[in-house]
Write a protein that binds this ligand. Sequence first.
Ligand code: AMP
Ligand code: ZN
Length: 463
Amino acid sequence: MALVLFNTLSGKKEEFKPIRRGEAGVYSCGPTVYNFAHIGNLRAYVFSDTLRRVLEWNGYKVKQTINITDVGHLTSDADSGEDKMTKAVRREGKPMTLEAMRQVGAFYTATFLNDLKALNIERPDVMPRASDNVDEDVEIIKILENKGFAYKISDGLYFDISKFPGYGKLGNIKVGFLKEGARVAVNPEKRNPADFNLWKLNPELGWNSPWGTGFPGWHIECSAMSRKYLGQPFDIHTGGVDHIGTHHNNEIAQSEAAFNVPLANYWLHNEHLNLGEGVKMAKSGENFFTLQSLIERGISSIAYRYYLLGAHYRTPMAFSFEALKGAHNTLARLVSFLAVMPEGGAVNAAYEKKITEIINDDLNTPAALAELWELVRDEKVDAADRRATALAFDRVLGLNLAALIREQSAPIEIPSAVARLLSLREGARAAKKFARSDELREEIKKLGYAVRDTEDGQKVEKI
Ligand code: AMP
Ligand code: ZN
């Protein structure tokens, strides 16, 4: 059964044909670690994890790479403004050194890894840090310079897009629209408004290079890391739709100009999680939710995953707590259904085929969830087989159903110290002493447990 994916490059669904038989190389643009990931960012990684799981379900050996952007991403994607990491170093009151920047990056990388774990996202095979791959960036920039694609102006080295025929081919971006506008200050030294930074000069901080002290551009980092770990071309490149216009077209231009072969064969993009009509949740905006803030409102991380799977990855989602709560309750119901079904059944071949067909159609997760519910309620199928089929298919959905069933059947053991704090917290909440209740939550967290407030009272999870 063919696996079909929507390729932004061609603008249509295509059968996935790997470069090497039975293998798939996937690169996903990773987080810029200058702040906590918000739940919109995490949509991008639940999507790439689902892609990985579907490839594995189809028998591919997947090599998945998610980079860590710990230098070079400027406050405007289109190459102006300050580096987001240096801004974070300043915000956190640290000295402006590469070491301090790595420390800030390491802190937010650790919180990102915790988020991945909580969402049951499989750890990527490779997670390179941009700051560990600067030599690789310099090598590619030198090639571009020798081939006449680069030019130097007062703040750094730039890529001349007019030298690359077909610039903007991903998503058919019209170069005319890429003019620097209100959001981006015009840099009069650039030859073309959409020319982008390869090496940013910064006498204050950076690495030595043939062009002076500074740091690599964000785009060249992804070109260099994907090539290093997956080769060029590789199979699939993913990212959020915000990356199509600038970042990914720039990656393509540099990599293809330097090496005369495509960068990647398939480009997949997830739509955004929006706050309201078309308002993107953004790290740079104040208004964003972290996974932790959902847990504090009584929503488990896996319920957030279930909520995301309820929409196709190419559909924009308008975030709402009501819908999220709905997903939380639906997942709990699913687990209750499965928990009372006997173990030891066999996978039902008809459902397996149907669900595979659904998921192989460009990762149609909402239809797959609907089919899963069909299966769970199908009295014609033996209950043990229903449970076995659902658990088998969870390899694709990644809801960790087996663990949820175990938890439901055998509630977690709570150490007496935690139990004591919980009871104090219950008292504080009843007395509407919410500041005290928050303090107690922190104390409970220090002991390795997260508390959620639900309609049925406090629920505890091991962190
Ligand atoms: P960043 O850390 O800002 O570089 O973004 C990490 C990933 O999250 C990228 O793939 C972005 O395209 C994606 N992303 C950013 N904002 C959202 C959003 N609101 N919804 C879904 N994906 C997003
Ligand atoms: Zn990237």
